[in-house]
Design a binder for this molecule. Structure first.
Ligand code: SF4
Length: 474
């Protein structure tokens, strides 16, 4: 299902780039950033902006900082402005006007332990910061010469990389000691890794929860890691896996696509059905549908053909188009399913107003039965960590219709994935990675932090369970 239709919106994505070596550089940094932001479009499109520095000039946020110190309040309503104000506040133990950015960032993280990923540029360095709960993602990529990408016949993917880079225990890739830094043309930092390939970057590593990383033209350096209050567990947003992220992004050492596939497999275990074929509401639920089909031994068959351009704004809504409903958005591949029993996988049913016309369309086009299997648990609670979720009253799981949802949406049956099933699907890959690391004893001795990372993992499931990672204060 489209994010826009579900009523759930991700609020932001960040992307930064810094050229290595001597400046001025031949690397077209604004172009890299533009392409990087294009790769994050699925995370939100309400506004965007780019700022660059030649290493000497001041930035707009610094000017804001000076204004704020003279008592100018918030003017845009943006959380970035709020963060700038907190950064402008000199920690009590520091000298006034101290340029100690680490102290300022740590002060911000103490005041606001969740939920953000930040890029703070100051002259010729970028600070990449992830909140102590690790609620939002952030990762680093290395820009490599285009000849390394094209000259070896194939695009460098993770697999190919493993032959030239050394894998470290937390599942990330690092440049082996001794490799000349000239092979690194620059560094990029992004909410997601999905656009790295298109800009000639390779995945380097994740910024860890609470970590403050300084990225300069010389290197990438961890400055500090701010702990969570009271030793709380990490709370990475589980909906990044289910919903928000592009399937080719990597979080916690695993590809989002693989996790969605496992969710489908788990759903087949939890909710099998006597049917003829498995299909998907294109395209976000496709990995889960493939996982479901593989697990229960049914064929995966396409039943809907998506019109990719119907959502664009140049198609003005009018009464006739509105009445056509999903028919304007999907074509039916009726030859594939006439007289058959379909298991239709969706990634979520949030308000319940999109799936019923699809079921109607399939039945009117010849489907004998349509069983809905949802590759995530029902959403019941609001998110206070930056995700826009419909009101409690709008959520189908909180409405009386939910008691007989199959009847309400016109399906033969409906089953959602359990919270435990979702958690095990997400954490299974991390467990496997940990086991693999445990076998690589020699590497563990060199890089002891990897195992610790996996031991401390954790996920926010608050919109599913009401169990919030931080205490709500009203
Ligand atoms: S409440 Fe839901 S959407 Fe919000 S951070 Fe937690 S898991 Fe993600």
């Amino acid at each position: 299902m489209d994010l826009a239709e579900s009523g759930i919106f991700e609020e932001c994505g960040v992307f930064g780039c810094i050229a290595s070596g001597e400046w001025p550089t031949e690397l077209d940094v604004p172009h890299v950033i533009t392409l990087g932001l294009v790769g994050l479009q699925h995370r939100g499109q309400e506004s965007a902006g780019i700022v660059t520095s030649d290493g000497y000039g001041l930035m707009p946020t610094i000017r804001t900082h000076k204004l704020l110190r003279h008592g100018v309040g918030l003017s845009t309503g943006s959380d970035s402005e709020m963060i700038t104000q907190l950064l402008a506040y000199t920690p009590p133990h520091e000298r006034d006007d101290s340029p100690d950015w680490v102290a300022r960032i740590k002060n911000l993280m103490k005041e606001a332990p969740t939920s953000y990923s930040l890029l703070i540029m100051h002259r010729d360095v970028i600070y990449a910061v992830r909140d102590p709960y690790g609620n939002r993602p952030l990762c680093i990529g290395r820009l490599i010469p285009v000849s390394d990408i094209n000259g070896k016949g194939k695009i460098l993917g993770l697999k190919k990389l493993s032959t030239i880079e050394k894998e470290i225990p937390n599942g990330y890739l690092e440049v082996p000691k001794g490799r000349n830094n000239s092979e690194t043309e620059g560094w990029v930092v992004s909410s997601e890794s999905c656009s790295f390939l298109s800009i000639g970057a390779v995945y380097y590593r994740e910024v860890l929860p609470g970590e403050i990383v300084k990225i300069s033209r010389q290197n990438v350096q961890t400055l500090d890691t701010v702990p969570r209050p009271g030793g709380d567990p990490v709370a990475f947003c589980i909906f990044e896996y289910v919903y928000f992220a592009r399937p080719d992004s990597i979080f916690e050492g695993q590809m989002v696509y693989t996790v969605r596939y496992r969710c489908g497999q788990q759903l087949a275990i939890e909710a099998p059905v006597d049917a003829d074929l498995v299909s998907t509401v294109p395209e976000s639920a496709t990995p889960a549908a493939l996982g479901y089909a593989a697990k229960c031994g049914l064929p995966y068959v396409e039943v809907l053909c998506k019109n990719r351009y119907v959502g664009r704004t140049f198609i003005q809504p009018n009464m006739r188009l509105r009445q056509l409903g999903v028919a304007k958005k999907f074509g039916v591949l009726s030859d594939n399913f006439k007289g058959k029993r379909i298991v239709l996988i969706d990634d979520s049913i949030v308000r319940g107003n999109t799936i019923s016309p699809i079921i109607k369309l399939l039945k009117e086009s010849g489907a004998k039965e349509v069983h809905i299997r949802v590759a995530s648990p029902p959403i019941r609670y609001p998110c206070y960590m930056g995700i826009n979720i419909p009101t409690k009253e709008e959520l189908i799981a909180n409405r009386p219709e939910f008691d007989d949802l199959a009847k309400y949406i016109g399906a033969n049956s409906v089953v959602y994935l359990s919270v435990e099933g979702l958690l095990s699907s997400v954490q299974e890959g991390m467990k496997l990675k940990k086991q693999k690391i445990e076998k690589q004893e020699n590497i563990i001795q060199e890089n002891g932090n990897g195992l610790k990372y996996f031991e401390k993992h954790g996920h926010c499931t608050a919109c599913l369970t009401g169990d919030y990672p931080v205490e709500l204060q009203w």
